[in-house]
Design a protein around this ligand. Structure first.
Ligand code: AKG
Length: 274
């Protein structure tokens, strides 16, 4: 889909990133060491009927890290000890974030933008296939969910294009459930905002094409990446915790992740030594 007229609260721009920016960004992404997190931990065990499992894909967070085992940020109630202060954006990313914030403020009604809103949190998702039991298994999708961080969410896509949908409920309902679909192209920007797109409907990535055959992202053991997506969100500063302000049992739960991160990141190296 090109930059056609979209419903209020949706913005799509393709291309948003030029070739030089893309090359710089991808070179930087290649230096990251994404984590393959487990959903639960010793102090947050699976609820009855659920089981411990890895996330569908490797991730990297900037600004603050929402470790899956701490439970994701879920405003207004699930905000305590969810977001751990993490690395700041590199300057090339900050420049893009400034542009996205500018577009959102110009494009959407004032009441779509919370006071103090700024895109201070970034989740980088790596989509692709995982080597499992002697074969490559496609893991390039995300089920229906909402992003509970307040205000507009900005999303940058790289690599193979993704089929993105807003839906009314859970997937068993089939196609009548779909409110809006769009392809997210390489180097595109999507922003969604307002009560309908943020709070009422769910969103999901149904599938990611496998056409470009481009080597994208860092080497990840037993994983082939074909799409990388950044979602920029706003977490109010008072909900972001310096690591050492977390209760010690939660620090213990995320300690192995921090150790792993410290091998590739000066920020986390310093943090684990403190
Ligand atoms: O990959 C995408 O386009 C969307 C990712 C997403 O829904 C999320 O990170 O919450």
């Amino acid at each position: 889909m090109k930059n056609e007229k979209l419903p209020l609260g949706l913005h799509y721009q393709y291309p948003f990133i030029d070739r030089k920016e893309r090359a710089e960004l991808l070179a930087w992404i290649g230096t990251l060491d994404p984590l393959w997190e487990m959903r639960f931990s010793e102090h947050n065990p699976p609820p009855e009927g659920d089981q411990q499992r890895p996330l569908l894909r490797p991730v990297y967070w900037l600004g603050n890290w929402q470790f899956a085992c701490l439970d994701y940020y879920h405003s207004p109630k699930g905000i305590l000890h969810r977001c751990v202060k993490a690395e700041p954006y590199p300057s090339l990313l900050q420049k893009l974030v400034d542009r996205i914030e500018f577009i959102a403020k110009r494009r959407f009604p004032k009441n779509f933008i919370p006071e103090k809103w700024k895109l201070n949190t970034c989740l980088i998702n790596f989509y692709g296939s995982k080597w499992e039991d002697g074969k490559w298994v496609d893991r390039a999708r995300v089920g229906e969910h909402k992003d509970f961080e307040p205000g507009p969410v900005g999303s940058l896509s790289f690599g193979d294009r993704a089929f993105f949908q807003f839906v009314n409920g859970k997937s068993s309902l089939g196609d009548e459930n779909v409110v809006f679909s769009q392809w997210l192209e390489d180097s595109s920007l999507q922003i969604f905002a307002g009560d309908k797109w943020k709070n009422k409907v769910f969103h999901r990535v149904q599938r990611v094409e496998d056409r470009r055959k481009e080597k994208i992202g860092p080497d990840i053991e037993n994983f082939q990446t074909r799409r990388i997506n950044f979602t920029f969100r706003y977490v109010p500063e008072e909900h972001i915790y310096p690591l050492h302000d977390l209760p010690t049992h939660l620090q213990a739960d995320i300690r192995p992740y921090l150790e792993t991160l410290s091998q590739g990141s000066a920020y986390f190296k310093k943090l684990v030594k403190l």
